[in-house]
Design a binder for this molecule. Structure first.
Ligand code: NSS
Length: 415
């Protein structure tokens, strides 16, 4: 048979030559014995360079030592596209260099494995919601209302209507859709002009956001733990080879089953202080706090009932303590930090109005959102899971820039 692909590696002893081919479905070891082929074929194969594209013809035979369990005994080779001095070699390159060559770096074995895990995560997300009768609603990317915080908006001119923003979230629109359809979700790219250069922040990232009518904060957390466990189990089941390629220790992932740990914000602050954090009540947890806290648990943990001042305007006030909101974050173990932010939504018209004013948000942009509290207001909750952070955690990679094909960051728009 003939296989077309790209040359990953070559190796030759003078009598026998090996080429590992990557064809997109996997890797194939091609073997050529000098004694058995024409001189021209031997030479052609020996001259192949990294990432040349080729068509290799030969006979498939079982070989336990080969990746995939088969190898190709080569009888013919056609060079389709030469590759001279491929810039990303097996030697170590600096991160800046690799990111500058992301379009080529993507072909390396690790990156291929990460992309396959990401693909599984995305499919698991869709399957989870489909199986539970959630309706997909695609929310707009160009929007007039600030979804999260005014501080991290990308703005663009919008004809005669003034400024449009790139969506930070689809949530507010989802809340409208939940009143029509019950349980909904949106899934797409979201944008934050984050000025921070951290391992966990991109300016464009993918977020999946379910929104459920009649769910309170506890229902919300139960759905989150089922959801995260489902995604992890799918990757363990169907992407074991990729996780092996990434040398991911899967023991901590195997523990990811419901119920997750739960700790109130109050208790989390007290615990963190005993662990040496200088976190003061009222502030959101920093990345170091998240790691410190999560390291005390053997599986993901929910931190719930945050101070109102640290969170977004739409969260429901705690019925017994007006300083708090019914919000939760989900922290992944092993130092990977927050993967989910969720909350029960403020369903009281006047309280929501007061919050919008308090936050100095432009009231005229929220008329439609307040309408949802005027016409059949309902208890509802939802959350957002960051795809890149989830993929980075499952793959065990320290920086989320490798969890998306072409990362967008403060200092990177190329390639
Ligand atoms: O800001 S969040 O905490 N919450 C929301 O956007 C809500 N509107 C979600 C909802 O209730 N429907 O972001 C949610 C998650 C967060 O936990 C991260 O996993 C991810 O989105 N996230 C990010 N990932 C990568 N880069 C950046 N900058 C980023 N910001 C949030």
């Amino acid at each position: 048979m003939t296989v077309r692909g790209w040359v990953q590696t070559t190796r030759s002893s003078g009598k026998i030559a090996f080429v590992v081919l990557r064809d997109g479905t996997g890797y194939l070891q091609c073997v050529l014995s000098k004694a058995e082929v024409d001189e021209a074929v031997w030479e052609a194969l020996r001259q192949l360079t990294q990432e040349a594209s080729v068509a290799v013809t030969g006979t498939v035979r079982a070989d336990e030592r080969s990746p995939g369990g088969v190898e190709l005994g080569v009888t013919g080779v056609t060079l389709l596209g030469a590759s001279v001095d491929f810039p990303v070699t097996p030697k170590e390159h600096g991160t800046a260099y690799l990111l500058e060559h992301r379009h080529l770096w993507l072909r390396s074995r690790r990156q291929v494995a990460i992309m396959r895990v990401r693909h599984e995560v995305v499919q698991a997300i869709r399957d989870f919601f489909y199986e539970r009768d959630f309706i997909l609603v695609d929310t707009p990317i160009l929007t007039g209302s600030i979804g999260e915080t005014a501080g991290t908006l990308f703005e663009t001119e919008y004809f005669d209507l003034g400024t449009a923003y790139l969506a930070q979230t689809g949530q507010l629109y989802n809340e409208a859709a939940a009143a029509a359809l019950g349980k909904v979700y949106c899934f797409g790219p979201t944008f934050r002009a984050e000025k921070s250069k951290t391992r966990r922040h991109l300016t464009e990232f993918w977020m999946v956001e379910p929104e459920m009518a009649w769910y309170d904060s506890d229902d919300n957390m139960r759905l989150q733990e089922d959801f995260v466990s489902y995604i992890v189990a799918r990757c363990l089941d169907r992407r074991a080879a990729e996780l092996r390629e990434l040398e991911r220790d899967i023991t901590p992932l195997e523990r990811v089953t419901p119920p997750f740990h739960r700790i109130s914000y109050d208790d989390a602050v007290a615990k963190l202080q005993t662990l040496g954090s200088d976190l003061r009540w009222g502030k959101d947890l920093g990345a170091d706090d998240e790691t410190l806290l999560a390291n005390t648990f053997d599986r993901p943990v929910f931190v719930y009932n945050y101070p109102k001042a640290a969170k977004a305007f739409y969260m429901k006030e705690h019925p017994d303590d007006p300083r708090l909101v019914l919000a939760n974050d989900c922290l992944a173990p092993e130092g990977f930090g927050e993967i989910i932010g969720g909350s029960q939504r403020e369903d009281d018209h006047d309280r929501l109005l007061a919050r919008i004013k308090q936050e100095n948000l432009p009231l005229e942009a929220y008329g439609w959102y307040l309408d949802l509290r005027k016409y059949g207001s309902f208890v509802h909750s939802g959350f957002g899971l960051g795809v890149e952070r989830t993929v980075a955690w499952i793959c065990g990679i320290p920086h989320i820039r490798e969890a998306i094909a072409f990362p967008r960051m403060l200092t990177r728009l190329y390639p």
